[in-house]
Write a protein that binds this ligand. Structure first.
Ligand code: GCW
Length: 682
């Protein structure tokens, strides 16, 4: 059971339909567990707790098949005997089978993992079937994960603060130490495993001098305690490291990756880490980015830097997750640099030079998690390099868990984007799923949105983003609709009014957020520093290199090959041509790729300026509509969550109004063109 905080999607509320509960009991009355391991025990505990809570009776436990099991949980050779060889061979290491097996005149439910990890995922699947009221008779479900690495990245600092965190303090750290009580962390591991996550990095990619100690004897015993908790749920522990650690904590005078002393220092660090955590996952590294040190300081490149760390981890089976969020600071006066180009320009030439326990982690867009960006052209552009996708679950630029913004629809667009890297069908999900180019390590990472708030995510409905990330990482073919509805049923029950309203609000919310914020893919326009609320020129004259170039005639960034920064040339054909041409560039990305007059007509038929006005009025109306729809659910949702969401929606409305009025006023004053509909613009 879960402590004094929200159980999220693991509520397991008692099934009230007695007939259905009776059917389920038939399959869950006697649980036989064959084999033993800590992970299998977690699976057994999850089943026992979930079944007891859903059905009101605990299953009778046994280790002996002669006890007439109704449910058999195993990853053993015995279980294998009941399935077709081809099915068994088709299971990946983390795959599982859920199958009704006839025996004599009797039948039981077989939950068979290829390994104990598979069995754990299967257990959560079975519980989900009951939570969503699905039938259990004649089952034959075979599942394999769509991605090998399904990772959560925390940006938590040792003092307990969380960079870009909107849900309280760190779950792991407090005042320079790792927290003593681990029960909530165990529940966190359960939540993650139930959604399919198998890796976690616990500290911020901006690694300060304090956090450097995480890889030393002073903190490793505590890190190991956390690793133990996660291990029991099939989750491997990673740490973010600072590239200059040999200087910060090793007393060396350099961090040059080719220096033998430096190499030796990292090897010894790795050895010590693995003494404490034998299955340690590896390092996450932000190097030569936003003031973090890196190999470029020593005139070495990213491959030399990453490979050096990879060499230290290799004997132990560890990975280096090397981030590609690298760009040069630019002066706003300098129009020759383009931040969008940077990741590709830095990394593409290094294709083939990274050793095979390095994975490059690429943000979904070329900039930085804006509400709308094109997909990064780096995906598929490095066919001899392991690549994984980085998404931001925490809502830095998408409403900071004050505004409702369900990101799964956005992530689906990213995953389904066809890069054409190896011809048609080279989607991002196929590339990071390792299906286009042979790569040993690949997958998806998401920047965590949780903290120690009672509801974990600040906005209760933001739990759906964490759940959705895990589900998509497990199966990128799930639709946003399926994930939204599943989450609502698990979290808010089955009243049809509740399910439909909430599902639809979730599915609309990303678009609504886009309507009242920065238009047509131009991005930014946020208040500098904290990034919440509108400030059109906040970054316009800065060295971060992200501009809209609005003047009295037009707006947008010319990133074409013909007259602009040439960014479009980083895409494979036909995307390159599609983005290059004004005629074929999709409306929603128009201002990312082109500078146009306010009177330019979109494919929708509206002019750019009229589109800006219309969307900003509409955005506010849609939030008002969210509030109306939500209030119709009063009495159908517990008062605590009902009032909480209502107050968040009201806060969102304030924010949407602020955005509408600032954006509309700004562009009305710039362009001098009035709103065709004569609405109030200040
Ligand atoms: O989005 C930006 C954030 C930084 C973050 C950086 C990164 C952890 O504003 O807070 O640093 O990206 O991804 O490294």
């Amino acid at each position: 059971t879960i402590g004094d905080y929200d159980p999220c999607w693991l509520r397991y509320e008692r099934i009230e339909d007695e007939a259905l509960a009776e059917q389920y009991r038939k399959w869950c009355g006697n649980l036989t567990v064959l084999g033993s391991s800590p992970i299998l025990e977690s699976a057994r505990d999850e089943l026992t707790a979930g079944i007891s809570s859903l059905l009101g009776v605990a299953p009778a436990l046994s280790r002996d098949l002669r006890d007439f099991p109704s449910l058999v949980l195993t990853a053993s050779a015995e279980g294998r005997g009941w399935v077709d060889r081809r099915v068994w061979e088709g299971l990946d290491e983390e795959g599982y089978l859920l199958k009704t097996v006839e025996r004599g005149g009797d039948a039981f439910l077989l939950l068979l993992g290829k390994t104990d990890r598979g069995a754990l995922y299967g257990a959560f699947h079975l519980l989900r079937l009951m939570q969503t009221r699905r039938p259990l008779h004649s089952l034959e479900i075979v599942e394999n994960p769509g991605n090998r690495l399904r990772m959560i990245n925390h940006w938590d600092n040792l003092d307990g603060s969380v960079e870009r965190g909107y849900a309280g303090k760190s779950l792991f750290f407090r005042k320079g130490r790792i927290v003593r009580r681990l029960d909530r962390i165990r529940d966190y591991a359960r939540l993650l495993a139930s959604a399919g996550i198998n890796a976690i990095s616990i500290n911020n990619v901006n690694v300060g001098p304090d956090e450097c100690r995480l890889i030393t004897g002073s903190l490793l015993p505590d890190v190991a305690r956390l690793a133990d908790v996660f291990r029991a749920y099939g989750i491997r522990m990673f740490l973010s490291v600072n590239f200059a650690s040999p200087m910060w904590i090793g007393g060396l005078s350099t961090a040059d990756p080719l220096d033998p002393e430096v190499r030796r220092w990292w090897r010894e660090r790795a050895e010590e880490i693995y003494r404490h955590i034998p299955d340690f996952g590896g390092f996450v590294v932000k190097a030569d980015s936003e003031h973090q040190p890196g190999p470029l300081t020593y005139n070495r490149d990213h491959a030399e830097g990453a490979n050096m760390l990879a060499e230290a981890l290799r004997p132990h089976g560890g990975l280096v997750v090397w981030r590609c969020f690298v760009y040069n600071f630019q002066d706003w006066r300098d129009r020759s640099t383009d931040r969008a180009r940077a990741a590709y320009d830095h990394f593409k030439p290094l294709d083939g030079r990274f050793v095979d326990n390095v994975v490059l982690q690429v943000k979904n867009g070329p900039m930085d998690f804006q509400v709308r960006e094109p997909v990064s052209p780096l995906f598929g552009a490095m066919e001899r390099t392991n690549q994984m996708l980085e998404l931001q679950i925490t809502q830095e630029y998408t409403g900071q868990q004050k505004d409702l913004c369900f990101l799964v629809p956005q992530w689906k667009e990213v995953l389904d984007f066809d890069t054409h890297a190896a011809g048609k069908g080279s989607t991002v999900k196929a590339i990071v799923g390792g299906k286009v180019f042979p790569c040993r390590h690949s997958g998806m990472a998401g920047v965590s949105n949780v903290g120690d708030d009672r509801n974990w995510t600040g906005h209760t409905l933001a739990q759906a983003n964490l759940y959705g990330f895990g589900r998509l990482a497990w199966n990128p073919d799930l639709s946003a609709e399926e994930i939204a509805e599943e989450w609502v049923r698990l979290t808010f029950g089955h009243d049809s009014r509740v399910v439909e309203t909430l599902r639809d609000m979730l599915l609309e919310s990303w678009r609504v957020y886009e309507l009242y914020t920065a238009p047509l893919g131009v991005g930014w326009m946020v208040k500098p520093g904290h990034h919440y609320g509108p400030d059109v020129d906040g970054y316009e004259y800065s060295y971060w290199g992200t501009y809209h170039y609005a003047d009295h005639r037009g707006i947008g960034v010319d990133r074409t090959m013909k007259t602009g920064t040439g960014f479009t040339g980083q895409y494979f054909s036909p995307n390159r041509e599609r983005f290059e041409s004004l005629e074929t560039c999709p409306d929603e990305l128009l201002l990312f790729f082109h500078h146009v007059p306010y009177t330019h007509r979109l494919k929708s038929g509206e002019t750019v300026i009229q589109h800006i006005y219309n969307t900003h009025f509409e955005g506010v109306e849609r939030v008002e509509d969210f509030i109306r729809r939500w209030t119709r659910l009063k009495g159908k949702i517990d008062a605590e969550r009902y009032e909480h969401v209502l107050s968040k929606l009201r806060e969102q409305l304030e924010n949407a109004r602020e955005w509408r009025d600032v954006i509309n006023a700004y562009f009305f004053r710039k362009s001098g063109i009035p709103d065709e509909k004569g609405r109030k613009i200040y």
